[in-house]
Design a protein. Structure first.
Length: 139
């Protein structure tokens, strides 16, 4: 599996390109932590993670996949671009705390990266133009 990085992700200009770069394309229902889920929950509730999480939100300006004008107004997920394992958490792998491997996502985007398709992503509203709803006027 190719290692994904924040630096490389930033080379993609559009949201769709960034999503495609991060999309995992794995089978739904594959357990990542299974009965050991409490271990990753301890990690995500740690002071170290919470502090880093705030730094990532500031760096990405609370925007989905760090795309300007795609502000996240509900819960923000910090996505590990390279899936972490039980061993990464237990062994204290420093990569799981490296900002180069983390990105802000909305819940919807995060779920689509892991389990869904581009069709389940939140679409931005179309840009409105003068008279665009008036069929007899020339725009």
């Amino acid at each position: 599996m190719k290692i994904r990085t924040y630096s490389e992700l930033m080379s993609f200009r559009t949201f769709e390109e960034r999503f495609d770069y991060l999309r995992l394309r794995k089978s739904i229902g594959v357990a990542t932590f299974g009965f050991d889920r409490y271990i990753n929950q301890d990690f995500y509730n740690s002071h170290t993670w919470r502090t880093l999480r705030n730094r990532i939100i500031v760096r990405d300006e609370a925007c989905d996949l760090a795309i300007p004008n795609r502000s996240i107004f509900d819960a923000i997920r910090i996505h590990h671009m390279n899936p972490i394992t039980l061993e990464d958490v237990e062994d204290g792998n420093p990569d799981i705390l490296n900002p180069e491997f983390l990105i802000c996502t909305s819940i919807n985007t995060h779920n689509a990266i892991h389990f869904g398709s581009p069709n389940s992503l939140t679409q931005l509203p179309l840009e409105r133009r003068r008279n665009d709803t008036c069929p007899w006027r020339i725009t």
